[in-house]
Design a protein around this ligand. Structure first.
Ligand SMILES: [Zn+2]
Length: 164
């Protein structure tokens, strides 16, 4: 993860398989950050098919790459209370200090620009093919995240999912 790569398929698939066996997923569930490769998507489909289930909705939140870099490389979190900031879009009143509790802010080691650019290259080669995969299955919905506030993106996502 620190180099911006992905966790191996087998590891991730095992974690998801165990979690989907829990009773609280019977009414439905939402996966965030999985699947990230075609191999993972195919394994997920096979797992669900065995249980008589299927992926019903896939949400693509499209954001221009430069904006993603600014968002991720600018991310800071409070070491005490966990409050999130962004040095460009949502800076604290005093640089490096949490507005809420005064504790120092922290940048995750894998949130630097080089790692983010590498993560985007991995996304393009390994994850972007899922867009076509799910579009073909007729379950893909697209939300536009570029320059949007969280509430505006949230509204698009609930629209796609058909929930309020
Ligand atoms: Zn804090």
């Amino acid at each position: 993860m620190e180099a911006g790569g992905l966790v191996p398929d087998e590891v991730v698939i095992g974690v998801v398989r165990d979690r989907l066996a829990e009773p609280d997923t019977q009414q439905g569930f939402l996966l965030d950050g999985f699947p990230r490769t075609l191999a993972q998507a195919e394994r997920l489909d096979a797992m669900l098919a065995q249980a008589g289930r299927a992926v019903t909705h896939v949400v693509l939140i499209d954001v221009p790459e430069d904006e993603l870099v600014q968002r991720i490389a600018g991310r800071r979190s409070c070491t005490e209370c966990g409050k999130l900031y962004n040095v460009t879009f949502d800076p604290p009143r005093e640089e490096g200090v949490c507005d809420a509790c005064g504790a120092p802010l922290h940048q995750r080691a894998d949130d630097n620009e080089e790692t983010v650019r590498n993560r985007l290259a991995v996304y393009r080669s390994q994850t972007a093919p899922l867009i076509g995969y799910y579009a073909e299955k007729g379950v893909l919905g697209e939300a536009h995240g570029g320059g949007k506030l969280p509430d505006e993106v949230f509204a698009q996502v609930t629209d796609i999912l058909g929930v309020v």
